[in-house]
Ligand binder design. Structure first.
Ligand code: ADP
Ligand code: MG
Length: 485
């Protein structure tokens, strides 16, 4: 959908900037040794530091710092040799310290960019303003008791990367493409698992409307939207709401809103006047973070091939269309599976076709991806080999695939068991053709009197009679001769 809304008084354009919180993949928290695994019993992964006991001191987790550097490099961003941890002060029942350790004026990562792939096949570059490291808060549980709220501190102190974009996006589709691409990159890098339904990646949406070409308007921020579908829906709703206000001559009040997942509306949470004054100041318990050029170099040398580079290589080396290459590199596991099937010897286009249309198409119906494939890369390779050496036709290959998908059986076994070998014996093909012609004397006469289109009819009949097993090229050849008489 386009980001332009046609109002009563003319067009309005969406301006969108996103702040994404990504949980850092690590074994322990940002400033403590407490372990972090999703779904642990409440308050079992809490050290004295995370519970903010008096006198506890934070100790910076080097691995989390490396993960932030890795992410920055993956986003083509500037890594700041000096950054500073500051205290962001506010009260919340699930924030025992009474402040969050975050970065503010001096983040660890500066400007970068992300190339997003749009539905129409074009690519657009979105600016990344900064990435900083901060602690996550605990969780308040409101659904455990009728009148009490419980607090779970397992998440307290986990490392987050806050990744802030420039206000470069102009539609809900662009915002969705940005989050998708960012998630793909983080997964390739292994710095965040990107599971939005487990809260490992959360998004704040900033949105304002303007007349195309005019300066930016006043924005609202929609907090903590936790799925790509909701991000799109929240943007569409909020844009319409702002246009209605503006068209009636009203002004947008800068405020924080939330997305109501039940009513599918955004609601005001707090206005600018009620905004927190966080009183940031450098945390006296932590030294400024100085990075060694060698550490940055080492991380740089350990980066994997990233999705954009992989896509270019798939297009260049394998002759794939940008669309097919895009589908395959969207998940690292898909790209790996694809290259495992190829094994350096199979046809890249036939393989991509079967993998995307049949395998991913079939998996997608059940909401699955390649990790859940009932067919291994080797097994799919075997099917492609049967196709390549003409043991089976393309049409039969689809049936064999369906059987493999449903039963997990091997291609050769299915072909053997069901007698699906392609018929290349010209004597047998001739016999079928003769029978078809004998049954369709009227059609034969019409064909001979100039109705060429009937050729297709005869091909269809012969293929049908042979149970789809006759070699199509041989059928064409023999039919032409026989029909000519
Ligand atoms: P704050 O410090 O209040 O969070 P920032 O300047 O850091 O404000 O911006 C937060 C987010 O809002 C960024 O992603 C930025 O791109 C986006 N943003 C800034 N101005 C606008 C605007 N006029 N319309 C839409 N988004 C905006
Ligand atoms: Mg901000």
């Amino acid at each position: 959908m386009s980001g332009i809304i046609e109002g009563e008084t003319g067009s309005w354009e969406m301006v969108i900037g996103l702040e994404v919180h990504a949980q850092v993949t690590a074994n322990s928290k940002l400033f403590s040794g407490a372990p972090i695994t999703f779904g642990g019993e409440p308050n079992t992964q809490v050290s004295l530091v995370d519970a903010a006991m008096p006198g506890m001191l934070p100790v910076l987790n080097e691995y989390c710092v490396e993960q932030a550097i890795r992410t920055g490099l993956g986003l083509g961003a500037q890594i700041n040799r000096l950054s500073v941890f500051e205290r962001k002060n506010y009260f919340y029942p699930d924030l025992p310290q009474g402040y969050q350790i975050s970065q503010y004026a001096h983040p660890i990562v500066g400007k970068g960019e992300i190339e997003i792939d749009l539905p129409d096949g074009t690519v657009k570059s979105i600016g990344v303003t900064r990435l900083h490291l901060e602690q996550d808060a605990g969780k308040s549980l409101h659904d455990q008791h009728a009148s009490k709220t419980f607090v779970d501190l397992n998440r307290s102190g986990q490392a987050l990367m806050e990744i802030v974009s420039e206000p470069d996006m102009r539609s809900a589709d662009e915002a969705a493409a940005y989050v998708r691409k960012l998630r793909t990159i983080l997964r390739y890098l292994g710095t965040c698992d990107g599971n939005m339904d487990e809260g490992s990646m959360r998004c704040d949406v900033n949105l304002s409307m303007r007349r195309p070409g005019e300066p930016f308007g006043t924005r609202c921020e929609i907090k903590n939207v936790n799925s790509i579908r909701y991000i799109q829906a929240a943007i569409e709703y909020e844009a319409r709401r702002q246009v209605d206000v503006l068209e009636e001559g009203g002004k947008i009040a800068q405020e924080t809103r939330l997305w109501d997942t039940r009513q599918h509306v955004t609601r005001s949470m707090r206005s600018k006047e009620e905004a927190f004054d966080y009183r940031y100041f450098p945390d006296p318990d932590l030294l400024p973070l100085e990075l060694d050029e060698q550490v940055i170099e080492r991380v740089k040398n350990s980066l994997p091939e990233l999705p954009d580079a992989k896509k270019k290589r798939f297009i260049g080396d394998y002759g794939l269309s940008p669309y097919d290459a895009g589908v395959l590199v969207a998940e690292q596991t898909r790209a790996e599976f694809y290259e495992r099937v190829l094994a350096g010897k199979r046809d890249p286009k036939i393989t991509a076709n079967l993998l995307i249309t049949e395998l991913l198409g079939g998996l997608n119906k059940g909401g699955h991806d390649i990790d859940d494939s009932p067919i291994s890369a080797d097994a799919l390779g075997e099917l492609i080999d049967l196709l390549a050496d003409n043991t089976i036709s393309g049409r039969i290959a689809k049936d064999v695939f369906a059987e493999m998908f449903a039963t997990g059986k091997g291609a050769a076994a299915i072909v053997q068991e069901k007698g699906l070998r392609q018929v290349t014996d010209t004597g047998a093909i001739d016999a079928v053709i003769d029978a078809v012609i004998a049954k369709n004397q009227d059609k034969l006469a019409e064909y001979r009197s100039g109705k060429d289109k009937l050729f297709g009819f005869f091909v269809g009949q012969v293929m049908k009679e042979s149970g789809g097993k006759a070699n199509p090229a041989l059928v064409n050849q023999a039919l032409k001769a026989k029909l000519a008489g």
